[in-house]
Unconditional design. Structure first.
Length: 289
């Protein structure tokens, strides 16, 4: 019995692999470059790509449970549907899919709409799946750490509704728990969705205040300029992706990423501990600042 992890060398996938290994699971990782994968000992590496049908067929052989993670790329939806069709062909029924919170609400955000489409296909194809819907990753703050510490401005336009940011390590651990729960069940478990959120729902001003407290100096919230955010992002990512992020930030401003009642308690029960806090994360990444 083997669990296959796609996206195994990324931020989330690597955490999933490490947690599965800790639990003694039989893990296979789908990677594009095995020489650079640097995965834990005992992990079987399958060379492949989510658009390479032959490599996926080989990777899926003998797999009982699949962790499906698709990067934000222009053909994300095609990648996911290819993987789902080939998984069904291989007889894989048990699945954990990494979607995004409010995928059915942020309908004009390209990568949200794509993930919601994948959720619908999982239902239509009758996979026995856990659909994980994470909120904003705390780990994204690594990209803005230098801007915050050097210029005294928190630049993410996240608005005043609030985001329930979650640590990628908590996502990875919850995903691993769900994979093992499905893998070890005598019969395939019913399909369900789980919102993945952090313990605090923070506004832009509140996030800046936490940085101020941790750093011991004033950090100002940069404001709700989604257009300026897109312009800055275009300096280091493709225009289509920068626009996608802009549209997402506009939904942050109008809706936020708000947990549903009971989400935090449910995740605490799954983990058997408290969720990692934003304050602790900021303290961790700024210890050398």
């Amino acid at each position: 019995m083997t669990i296959l992890v796609t996206g195994a060398t990324g931020t989330i996938g690597r955490n999933v692999v490490e947690q599965l290994v800790k639990c003694g699971a039989n893990v296979r990782a789908l990677v594009r470059n095995p020489e650079k994968a640097n995965l834990p000992a005992g992990v079987a590496v399958a060379l492949g790509d989510l658009l390479d049908v032959d490599s996926l067929r080989a990777a899926f052989s003998g797999v009982s449970t699949l962790f499906l993670l698709n990067a934000v790329v222009p053909d994300e939806f095609t990648q996911a549907l290819t993987a789902l069709n080939l998984a069904r062909e291989a007889g894989i029924e048990r699945l954990v899919y990494l979607s995004v919170i409010h995928s059915d609400l942020y309908v004009n955000v390209p990568h949200f709409a794509g993930k919601f489409g994948v959720e619908r296909m999982i239902e239509q194809m009758d996979f026995k799946a856990t659909i994980l819907r994470p909120a904003y990753f705390m780990n994204n703050e690594l990209m803005i750490k230098d801007a915050v510490t050097e210029y005294g401005v928190y630049p993410m336009p996240i608005g005043s509704k609030g985001l329930a940011m979650i640590d990628a390590r908590d996502i990875g651990e919850i995903a691993a728990i769900e994979l093992i729960r499905r893998e070890t069940s005598p019969t395939p478990l019913p399909r369900e969705r789980i919102n993945l959120v952090g313990p605090d729902t923070l506004t832009g001003a509140e996030a800046a205040a936490i940085w101020s407290d941790v750093l011991g100096r004033t950090i100002t919230y940069g404001g709700d300029d989604a257009a300026g955010f897109e312009k800055n992002l275009r300096q280091f990512m493709p225009g289509w992706m920068a626009f996608d992020m802009r549209v997402m930030s506009e939904r942050f401003l109008t809706e936020g990423m708000i947990p549903e009642a009971g989400d935090v308690e449910r995740l605490t029960d799954i983990l058997g501990r408290a969720l990692r806090s934003y304050r602790d994360f900021v303290a961790e990444i700024t210890t050398s600042a």
